[in-house]
Ligand binder design. Structure first.
Ligand code: XMP
Length: 318
């Protein structure tokens, strides 16, 4: 059986022996895997671990600042890089899902490479790869815990990718990573976070991306996610989010006719994301959330709930 305490002790000793006094650079995503990997490396090598947390402008509302503060509070040596505009520029006019994914992957690598170049004498690239990623490493689209590797198929290899790779969680399954995280004293809320795709809200805004659309979706998503938390539903759902549809619908507001955006809400149960069932959220809850969204988020006048399971639908709409 797996004992998190023993694992932690052993992996820290291993990392110390392997890395010695070298420097390691690691990209934090706000997700469970990269965070646990960073905390382990931090315990092993301290400030020789250089973490980079990139804001791609496609994160949840306030997520960049909140998570960055949380990382700093955990004592991690982390630099937050707000590259939102670079991502928006690269996404301008793109409406094909794969083209959007590719652009985001490319810009992420560029930003990370630029940042890594500001550091001197780095020998290692730390990654939060877990065992299922190792098995699936052939599929290049990337799963929920997509690592930098899953994006590497663009142009020549950037310099940081020529570094030696160190992956402290390589042999662990997701639930083991969570248990290790708990042993390390990481905030249970962070460990219990839903998976969130690397391309972020870009694949939940159907069609082209603008900062205005991102702002609308962030508001809608925040109402939904906070509502799930307030009603004790967040931990009963494997993943949830909102999708901004590229259609307007007619509504009434007071005496006025409106013609505004439609959003879809999605919540699924799953164990690994490969198959998923839509969650039977209580009608009362859906009613409350729908009212709150329509009354508070400008530009949205209709909310629908996605009742499709995977397969044949996917979890994300793009
Ligand atoms: P689908 O939509 O394929 O999603 O049913 C399955 C799981 O994978 C996540 N997902 C992604 N994660 N990069 C990622 O890092 C991506 O391009 C990507 N596409 C989907 C999705 O959020 C779900 O958890």
């Amino acid at each position: 059986t797996f004992t998190p305490n023993a694992f932690v002790e052993e992996v820290i000793a291993d990392m110390k022996a392997k890395i010695g006094d070298d420097k390691v650079v690691l990209g934090l995503s706000g997700g469970v895997d990269s965070t646990v990997a960073a905390v382990i490396l931090n315990k092993a090598i301290g400030s020789n671990l250089y973490c980079i947390f990139v804001n791609n402008g496609l994160l949840r509302k306030n997520e960049f600042q909140n998570v960055l503060d949380q990382y700093k509070g955990m004592g991690l040596n982390v630099k937050g890089v707000d590259a939102s505009q670079r991502f928006y520029d690269a996404l301008e006019g793109l409406d094909d899902p794969e083209a959007k994914r590719k652009a985001i992957g490319r810009v992420f690598i560029e930003v990370f490479d630029d940042e890594a170049h500001l550091l001197t004498d780095v020998k290692w690239l730390g990654q939060g790869t877990i065992y299922p990623d190792v098995i699936e490493s052939v599929s290049a689209t990337g799963g929920p815990s997509a690592t930098i590797k899953s994006h590497h198929n663009v142009g020549g290899l950037p310099d940081f990718m020529k570094l030696q790779v160190v992956e402290p969680l390589r042999m662990l399954f997701k639930d083991e990573v969570r248990r290790v995280g708990a042993t390390l004293g990481i905030d249970p809320e962070l460990l219990g976070r839903h998976p969130f795709p690397g391309p972020g809200l870009a694949i939940r805004i159907l069609g082209d991306i603008t900062p205005e659309k991102v702002a609308i979706l962030q508001e809608v998503d925040a109402v939904f996610i906070n509502g799930l938390k307030e009603h004790g539903l967040y931990d009963k759902v494997w993943q949830a989010g909102a999708i901004l549809l590229p259609v307007n619908s007619v509504g009434v507001m007071g005496d006025e006719r409106t013609y505004e955006k439609v959003v879809a809400l999605r919540a699924v149960e799953s164990t690994d994301g490969m198959t998923a069932d839509w969650v039977h959220l209580p009608y009362e809850f859906l009613m409350k959330i729908s009212n709150e969204i329509i009354n508070n988020v400008r530009g949205v006048n209709r909310v629908v709930y996605d009742i499709s399971s995977k397969p044949p639908a996917t979890i994300e709409w793009e």
